[in-house]
Structures are given as structure tokens and as C-alpha cells.
Design a protein around this ligand. Structure first.
Ligand code: SAH
Ligand code: SF4
Length: 385
């Protein structure tokens, strides 16, 4: 990663606002340090002060940064701006799950889902608007890739949700399992992860962060070498042929290549790769699949997370009956594989896996966003952090 200020390019087109001011929250700490020295002619340590205001205190204006001189604050406000996500609507599920729909600077929308579960409070984060990977079962995939999220748009999700929580409550886990393929937006993901991990920023432990990927092999290796976060790989099929049918990325990186990469990853001690396996009724939910899965994962520090398919009106796919899921899980257990079943959360507000994105993107052209707002009891001012 370069440590100088980012260049204006098509990929980075939203890094500067209409007045040409830099989105300062899209910089990593090393980039911010280089920027204050090179662009402002300040001492390097100033960057750390600004950084803490941005990410520890959640400052909305440079004026709040009271340990900087008035001149310094005015100077900053002339050349940079502080990015915040606008909550368009916040939906609450009967099971306590909250779905945040964020409106972005270009009018696009993206979602985060906050899932309370015992003493855990997990935020499911998005990395792109839409997704280019085209997995046949996934509604986010139907959108295609609309655009990558900037680092600020990624790291602001936990910051802003965190700011809204009651005193003493904190998000405990971050999972990159919302809209998009995180490793397809690699550089921005790594910058945002750095912000999530930094002691002087969001300060999450790497043990509490999971990046879920369709399996972009070179990027998976690179992430494994760059940061010690948890990795989850979406497998979803127990053989090459079937995976080819539902996950087009398999054409580029075969199942074998993906698994060999996972086998060779130098994982930090105690870490295992989670293999996500979405279960489709009468399709990949039989014992012969379970048997193949055990063979495939042989020699990999693995655990399996079974995800019963979340049904939706756009697909004929069905989730398997409970007993079939249990039999599958039992088989994996009997062969010594750690295996959990993911409970669907937030189904009533379309917040469950694979339900994100599409409805909202369409809603912008239709009339029912107003209805959703009313249902959510949405009040623009109280929903703002
Ligand atoms: N792009 C990344 C992360 C986002 S998708 C990835 O694919 O891993 C997060 C998970 O949701 C993936 O495991 C995906 O296979 C799963 N998923 C997608 N649609 C789903 C659906 N309708 N029901 C259940 N899981 C789904
Ligand atoms: Fe993209 Fe993941 Fe959906 Fe596949 S499952 S289309 S990679 S979001």
C-alpha cells in the first residue's frame, strides 16, 4: 500500500467532493501521516491527533478537534471533508436484528445488519454496491457490480452503528458478509480493515473480524499474508461441476485450486478457515455431498458453517427440511469436522444472507420506500448518529 495521498482516478472518483476536498476518512493512518507532511507541511504526529478525532471520537467537523489550533482546523476544512453515511432507513426485525440502509454520496444505497445474539453483537458489513461475481442463487449478484465502496464507506459502518448504541454497549464482531465481494475491492478493504483494527481507531481484535469470500485465490493468499483476520470461504458445492453451475468464479479458480490455497495458507496459530456451505433442498444437501465435503477439506484447518438457503420470490430454490440439515451436520461431526448451522436472522426485514440490496435498489424507482420508512418508524433526526 502506498503511503502517499491517493491519486484522483476513476476508481477513486468519490475521494474528492464537488469542492475538490479530500475524503480524509478514506486514508489509512500511514497515508494520513504522509498527507499532513506533504500537503500541509505539518509535523507527522498531527496526523495521529486527527485520526483519533475521526475514528475514536467520531468527530463530524474539524472544529471539534480542539487540540488543533483554530488556523489548523480552518486549513483542514478547506482541503478535506469528514465523510459520514446517511441512514436512509433503519428497519427492526421481530428478532431484534436491525438493518441499516445507508444512502451514499452518489445516491446509491448499501446495507449493514446488526445482529444481537446472546452476549454477541455482530455487524454484517458491505464492501460493494452490488457484486460482480454472479452467483446464481444470490440476489446481490443480480445487481452486478455497481461500484466499490470507499474505505470511509466501509469503516464508517461500524463507527456509525456503534455511535448509535446505548452507553456501555459495543459491537463485538465484524463480519464482511453483506453486499459485495470484499476481496474484489481489495485495497479499500485492507485500508478499512486497518482502521477497524487500529488501537487509536475502532480497535477491534483480529479475532473478532471475519472476511467472507467467494474465493478469489490470489487475493485470499495476499490477505492471509497481510492481516491476521478470520477467513470464511463460500464453498456451497461439494464438487467442481456443481460449483461451476452456481458460482461462475469457479471457471477462473477451480475448486481444487481454491482448496489447495486454503491448505497452504500459513494461518496464525489456533485459527481455522470457515467454509460456508449454503444448503439447497434436494440439490447439495444429501449425505453423498457431506461425504465429498469431508474428503475435500481433508488436511485443511477447517470448520464448516451450514447456511440453509434463505428463500425469496426471485428464485425457485428451497431450504432443506430441518432433519436433512441435522443429518448433514451429524455426518460432518461424526467425521471430526467442527460444524455449525447458521440461524436465519432478520428474515422479516430481508436482512438475512443473500437478501440484501436488490429490493432497495429497485425501491428507489418504485414507491414503497415511503412505506418501509413508515413501518420502521423512521425519524430522520433521531436516526442520525
Ligand atoms: N461475497 C462474499 C460475502 C457476501 S455473501 C461471499 O460470497 O462469501 C455472504 C454469504 O451469503 C455467502 O456465503 C453466500 O454464499 C451466502 N448467501 C448468498 N445468498 C444466500 C441466500 N439466499 N441464503 C443463504 N445464504 C446466502
Ligand atoms: Fe457476490 Fe457473495 Fe453474492 Fe456471490 S454470494 S454474488 S460473491 S455477494
Amino acid at each position: 500500500m502506498s503511503a502517499s495521498a491517493p491519486r484522483r482516478s476513476k476508481a477513486n472518483r468519490l475521494l474528492y467532493d464537488a469542492q475538490g476536498r479530500l475524503d480524509i476518512k478514506s486514508l489509512s493512518l500511514p497515508e494520513l501521516e504522509a498527507w499532513v507532511v506533504e500537503e500541509l507541511g505539518w509535523k507527522r504526529y498531527r496526523a495521529k491527533q486527527v485520526w483519533k478525532w475521526l475514528w475514536q471520537k467520531g468527530a463530524r467537523t474539524f472544529d471539534e478537534m480542539t487540540d488543533l489550533s483554530r488556523d489548523a482546523r480552518t486549513r483542514l476544512a478547506g482541503v478535506a471533508y469528514i465523510h459520514f453515511l446517511e441512514p436512509e432507513v433503519v428497519l427492526r426485525s421481530a428478532d431484534g436484528t436491525l438493518k441499516y440502509l445507508w444512502k451514499l454520496e452518489d445516491g446509491r444505497t448499501v446495507e449493514s445488519v446488526l445482529i444481537p445474539d446472546g452476549d454477541r453483537l455482530t455487524l454484517c458489513m458491505s464492501s460493494q454496491v452490488g457484486c460482480a461475481m454472479g452467483c446464481t442463487f444470490c440476489l446481490t449478484g443480480d445487481l452486478g457490480l455497481i461500484r466499490h465502496l470507499k474505505p470511509s464507506e466501509i469503516a464508517n459502518q461500524p463507527l456509525q452503528v456503534g455511535l448509535q448504541l446505548p452507553e456501555g454497549t459495543r459491537i463485538t464482531n465484524l463480519v464482511y458478509m453483506g453486499m459485495g465481494e470484499p476481496l474484489h475491492n481489495f485495497d479499500n478493504l485492507v485500508t478499512a480493515l486497518g482502521t477497524c483494527l487500529d488501537d487509536n481507531a475502532l480497535n477491534y481484535s483480529h479475532r473478532r473480524i471475519t472476511v467472507s469470500t467467494v474465493g478469489l485465490v490470489p487475493r485470499l493468499e495476499e490477505l492471509g499474508e497481510t492481516l491476521p483476520v478470520n477467513l470464511a470461504v463460500s464453498l456451497n458445492a461439494s464438487n467442481q461441476e456443481h460449483r461451476l453451475q452456481i458460482m461462475p468464479i469457479t471457471r477462473k479458480y477451480s475448486l481444487q485450486e481454491l482448496l489447495d490455497t486454503c491448505r497452504d495458507l500459513d494461518l496464525p496459530s489456533g485459527k481455522r478457515i470457515t467454509f460456508e456451505y449454503v444448503m439447497f433442498r434436494d440439490d447439495n444437501d444429501g449425505l453423498e455431498d457431506a461425504k465429498r465435503l469431508v474428503k475435500l477439506l481433508h488436511g485443511i484447518k477447517a470448520k464448516v458453517n451450514l447456511i440453509p438457503y434463505n428463500e425469496n420470490p426471485d428464485r425457485d430454490l428451497r431450504r432443506p427440511p430441518e432433519e436433512r440439515i441435522a443429518a448433514f451436520q451429524d455426518y460432518l461431526h461424526s467425521r471430526g469436522l467442527n460444524c455449525t448451522v447458521r440461524t436465519s436472522r432478520g428474515l422479516d426485514i430481508s436482512a438475512a444472507c443473500g437478501q440484501l440490496g436488490k429490493a432497495w435498489e429497485q425501491a428507489k424507482d418504485g414507491g414503497w420506500l415511503e412505506d418501509a420508512r413508515r413501518l420502521a418508524g423512521y425519524h430522520p433526526t433521531s436516526a442520525n448518529p
